[in-house]
Design a protein around this ligand. Structure first.
Ligand code: SAM
Length: 247
């Protein structure tokens, strides 16, 4: 997988892409990154990338020509990559989008700034994504979020391939609680079952906790989760025992 990022602020990506799991994965070439400075496709001598909006009003709008030239050049190298526009007006980015995008050959992430990009650019993009109902100063934040969520799903990026599958949203539910040593801290004991070594019991407890947490915190997720008959029975029990829902 190759990520091509089109941005006015390439430096933004330096440190996040060197740190932690993604930094290691990049070193091992488990995926590839190219950060493109949009200004490089603006015209000399002034390399202007933005202009005032038609109709007046405050702020500046990113011009379409440098974006078009940059995309043409990137696409020559990566003709099958999917072009994603970062915008607060896009579809809410969810885990299932990360899973779908992780199967692509490449992604091009176009980061807006100022008031956003010229509307005509939207005709060329494959998907428009928002990372939440708030407005950021630039699409770079959103691009990093999407790169991280997608890259960690690529083969070999997480040390343990199973861990992504068990995470929250992996099967539509929140994850169960985690504990490590010591067995008692601040007067709170680690549940006995987790110390029992009984894997079947532990698996049952974890499934129940996933359902309990989701019911408590994000009940709307249950409408779309793949639930077995056993899950539904557990949920009915949890609903009938509200004291058990409390954490
Ligand atoms: N005027 C635009 C509007 O109201 O829809 C907001 C522009 S915002 C200040 C500048 C850039 O930040 C956008 O072009 C987009 O690339 C990015 N951005 C801001 N909020 C975002 C969000 N929630 N999700 C994804 N990208 C966002």
């Amino acid at each position: 997988m190759k990520f091509d990022v089109l941005t006015l602020f390439p430096a933004f990506f330096e440190s996040p892409l060197q740190a932690g799991v993604l930094g290691k994965a990049l070193e091992k070439q488990l995926f590839h990154m190219a950060i493109h400075n949009l200004r490089g496709w603006a015209e000399a001598p002034h390399f202007v990338v933005d202009d005032a909006p038609y109709g007046g009003g405050g702020g500046m709008v990113m011009k379409p020509e440098p974006i078009r030239r940059a995309l043409d050049a990137i696409r020559r190298e990566a003709p099958r990559s999917r072009l994603l526009l970062m915008t607060p007006q896009g579809r809410a980015f969810r885990q299932r989008d990360a899973v779908g995008l992780s199967r692509e050959e490449g992604l091009i992430l176009l980061c807006g700034r100022y008031e956003g990009i010229d509307e005509r650019v939207r005709a060329w993009v494959d998907d428009e994504y928002s990372i939440g109902d708030y407005v950021l100063t630039g699409g770079e934040y959103a691009a990093l979020v999407i790169i991280d969520a997608v890259a960690r799903l690529l083969p070999g990026v997480l040390g343990n391939e199973l861990s992504a599958g068990e995470d929250s949203f992996g099967d539509g539910l929140l994850e169960y609680p985690h504990y490590t040593r010591p067995a008692e801290f601040d007067g709170i004991r680690v549940p006995e079952v987790l110390q029992s070594g009984n894997h079947a019991e532990i698996a049952r407890w974890r499934r129940r906790e996933r359902l309990r947490r989701t019911l408590e915190r994000r009940p709307e997720l249950l409408d779309e989760a793949a639930l077995s008959t056993g899950d539904r029975r557990l949920l009915a029990e949890l609903r009938n025992r509200p004291e058990e829902k409390k954490e």
